[in-house]
Design a protein around this ligand. Structure first.
Ligand code: 3HC
Length: 295
């Protein structure tokens, strides 16, 4: 049976975390978001604030509703403030050792009947579940960027996930107005298994000179009706994130389609992580993005 979720804890207020916080608060939950330090926390809360202000400006939300959402969100740098959460969702860096270290600490503090969820893009959910004392109450809740806009949440059942926790996660995502699609604990789940090789192929097409960066993007927008071209999307997702996802997928399946193209590896060495670092396939320093001449 699904458990009632009132209080939600979110670990990380970055690219995904701040969106997950906003969506949960908009659905009426009390949300506590934990970041490493005050500066990073304020940066994440600032992004939520910007989106709430924009919604009021555009007439999508009333000022009173936006104020109510704001009042339901509390930031902290301490795990202890998550103690009485009914659900804790992690959205920290895509690194298994960091996630395991974090879950070990959180598991000690948060009440035993709370459900834990990872927003991992590709890591095995069971690897995280297994370091907690509640592997049967552990699921994957995979949101898409931007979490405020994208309709889908993949709800991942790993081998240890119990029926109650799984139903709780499904109902929670539906209660946020999301399309909750159940899936199994296979690297990449449904979307990244299909979307990541597509982005990697676009990088290979660029390496082979099939088209310029902008030509490849414009072709897929106009020819396949995609809202963004694949190289713009790669920059949007984050090239560091894309790089770590394809490593996990390659490790799991050992197939060339998941292998990191040389151009991506070199861009990562250069510190070009896409839109978030200001440089990726495009340079984002001007008014409109321009093709990165270094690629
Ligand atoms: N946060 C919150 N809201 C945002 C936003 C953001 N970062 N970006 C855009 N929006 C909202 C805008 O407020 C706007 O709403 P409004 O019209 O009511 O103001 C609406 O989205 C449309 O935005 P824009 O008009 O600025 O721009 P677009 O129409 O081009 O839409 C987009 C932007 C929704 C990002 C669209 O380009 C898109 O759908 N792109 C594809 C995104 C995608 O594929 N995401 C999945 C990536 S894979 C992933 O996340 C998995 C992970 O594991 C890697």
């Amino acid at each position: 049976m699904a458990q009632k979720i009132e209080r939600v804890g979110v670990l990380g207020a970055g690219l995904m975390g701040h969106g997950i916080v906003q969506v949960a608060a908009e659905a009426g939950h009390e949300v506590v978001v934990r970041e490493l330090d005050e500066a990073t926390l304020q940066k994440g809360l600032g992004k939520v604030e910007k989106q709430l202000a924009r919604a009021v400006e555009k007439g999508r939300s009333s000022r009173e509703d936006a104020d109510a959402v704001r009042a339901r969100i509390r930031g902290t740098v301490h795990y202890r403030d998550l103690a009485d959460c009914d659900l804790v969702i992690e959205a920290i860096t895509e690194s298994l050792p960091l996630k395991l270290e974090m879950w070990r600490e959180v598991d000690e503090i948060v009440k035993p009947d709370a459900v834990f969820a990872t927003n991992t893009s590709s890591l095995a959910v069971v690897d995280q579940a297994a370091v907690t004392g509640r592997p049967e109450r552990f699921v994957g809740l995979h949101y898409f960027n931007p979490a405020q806009v994208m309709k889908l949440v993949e709800v991942v059942r790993c081998v240890t996930t119990g029926e109650d926790a799984f139903q709780t996660a499904l109902e929670f995502a539906r209660g946020e107005g999301k399309l909750a699609i159940p899936t199994r604990d296979r690297a990449g789940f449904i979307v990244n298994r299909l979307l990541v090789p597509y982005m990697l192929d676009a990088i290979r097409a660029r390496e082979e000179g099939v088209g310029s960066i902008a030509e490849i993007d414009e072709a897929m927008k106009a020819g396949a009706g995609h809202p963004m071209g694949p190289l713009t999307l790669a920059d949007f997702v984050g090239l560091d994130t894309l790089g770590s996802i394809c490593e996990v997928l390659f490790d799991e399946f050992r197939e060339r389609r998941f292998a990191q193209p040389p151009a991506l590896r070199k861009m990562l060495s250069a510190g070009w992580f896409g839109r978030k670092s200001g440089t990726g396939f495009y340079d984002y320093s001007g008014e409109t993005p321009t093709e990165n001449p270094g690629i």
